[in-house]
Design a protein around this ligand. Structure first.
Ligand SMILES: [Zn+2]
Length: 454
């Protein structure tokens, strides 16, 4: 329930729809190009069987590290695309855990990490006997993957808590500091109103200033749909523990779903449904970085703190055109890449991994929507400083969905990670079901591992 609510809130207020402007004709074209009798081979018979394609099960893990991600800020986007973070050679993300009790079964979200040195996965809750099933039992439960690390194993995030006010119970958003070394999870800021009216998201860390956007739905009309949202940009200072308000978002920022994604010494960086822009630290003196043209969407977006470069890509599905840009010192340049059809990419210190816009159609879902992997099941790697050539490092075809509206892959060391969408194929419809598992593939060794969170 909470997860659904969170996704709904994300959809309503935070993110921008990658596919919002996709033309229906494109889908028709894609469909006419595919074999009409295709049925996915995954899990046709048993819902519980894990699908291994032609991979061997991983028996040995090759140690990796997070040094390729030092100073690289990944900007999450999309309705349900889950965020992640790195700290102390750990890859942090959130996974859905099934909880079965005598009387009910439900799911909770738990923050986990993969120790990149050993390849093992752990919940952030270190108690081996904890079932992580209820807030009374587990203080780490439901912490969001919106994590900002200030020290090794110390981070700030938020969650929704059940608040009791006399006889009323409601959900409300709070900001938390979690110190995994000391085993402390501390509430540091609480939204005043219930989650349906008042929520927050953490956005950027600049020194000891943690920027967050707080959303309030104002009752300007009797109809809930007509409620107007206001957004206040504030800073929580991690040294003093004090909150100060920076400014209200101008109405146009609210209308275009502007989101702060990075703050450097002098500037705030925003991405919206229509553009990327910067302002000064008081939210004034706006400067445009990029304005989307007709049929264009933003793909991926990263900031490299060390080189002070902003990387992003823009793609036009109609014309099968997608290019990358780099913005530094107030200057925007198109990046020479081996492809002119880039759908999404991942930036590391040495490499740009990317996929072209090559939708693979899986079928029609039981809800009537079309199911795609937009990456074509392929990932290329180009040297970040010498981008003339690229290497095809993964070609999985329709083995797995690795990039669509809700999931994105990530490459760490020799490994490809993505959320496992189990394909359920019944009565001619095809439904990708989020399973709570993450898959790790080593394309060189042709191995696979299911990282299950139980
Ligand atoms: Zn626990």
């Amino acid at each position: 329930m909470k997860r659904n609510l969170l996704i709904l809130i994300l959809a309503l207020s935070v993110c921008f729809a990658l596919q919002a402007c996709r033309d229906d004709n494109i889908d028709e074209q894609i469909k006419s190009n595919i074999e009409s009798n295709y049925l996915p081979k995954n899990n046709e018979n048993s819902a519980n069987d894990l699908y291994y394609a032609d991979y061997n099960e991983e028996t040995e893990y090759i140690p990796a590290s997070d040094k390729e991600f030092n100073g690289i800020v990944a900007i999450p986007y999309g309705f349900t695309y889950s965020g992640y973070s790195f700290n102390n050679d750990r890859y942090y993300f959130s996974a859905t855990k099934n909880v079965n009790t005598n009387s009910s079964s439900f799911t909770v979200d738990m923050l986990n990490y993969i120790d990149l040195l050993t390849g093992e996965q752990h919940y952030i809750c270190p108690d081996p006997l904890c079932l992580h099933s209820a807030p009374e039992e587990c203080k780490y439960i439901e912490l969001a993957n919106n994590c900002f690390f200030t020290d090794n194993n110390v981070f700030y995030t938020f969650r929704q808590d059940i608040t009791k006010n006399q006889s009323l119970m409601y959900l409300s958003f709070s900001m938390y500091k979690a110190d995994l070394n000391k085993g402390i999870v501390e509430n540091i800021y609480k939204c005043k109103d219930s989650a349906s009216k008042n929520h927050l998201f953490l956005k950027a860390l600049r020194g000891s200033d943690l920027y967050f956007q707080e959303y309030t739905r104002n009752e300007t009309s009797e109809s809930a749909k007509m409620m107007k949202e206001s957004i206040v940009l504030s800073v929580y200072n991690t040294d003093s523990g004090k909150v100060r308000i920076i400014n209200d978002f101008p109405e146009e920022y609210v209308d275009k779903s502007a989101n702060l994604f990075y703050a450097d010494e002098d500037n705030l960086y925003f991405i919206s449904l229509t553009d990327i822009f910067t302002t000064d630290l008081s939210l004034e003196n706006e400067r445009l970085v990029y304005k989307l043209k007709e049929n264009e969407n933003f793909g991926s977006c990263y900031y490299d703190k060390e080189t002070e470069e902003l990387f992003f890509n823009v793609f036009n599905a109609k014309e099968k055109r997608g290019c990358m840009y780099v913005y530094a010192n107030g200057v925007l340049d198109e990046l020479d890449m081996p492809s002119e059809n880039i759908y999404c990419f991942q930036l590391t210190k040495s490499t740009i991994y990317y996929s072209e816009y090559a939708p693979l159609f899986y079928g029609i879902s039981s809800m009537g929507g079309e199911v795609y992997d937009y990456s074509g099941g392929k990932i290329y790697a180009a040297n970040r400083n010498n981008r003339k050539e690229s290497e095809l490092i993964y070609d999985g075809g329709k083995d797995f969905i690795i990039a669509n509206d809700s999931i994105r892959y990530i490459i760490i060391g020799d490994y490809l990670y993505f959320d496992y969408l189990k394909i359920e194929n019944t009565g001619g419809t095809v439904d990708p079901i989020y399973s709570g598992c993450k898959i790790r593939i080593n394309p060189k060794e042709n191995t696979i591992k299911y990282l299950k969170f139980e």
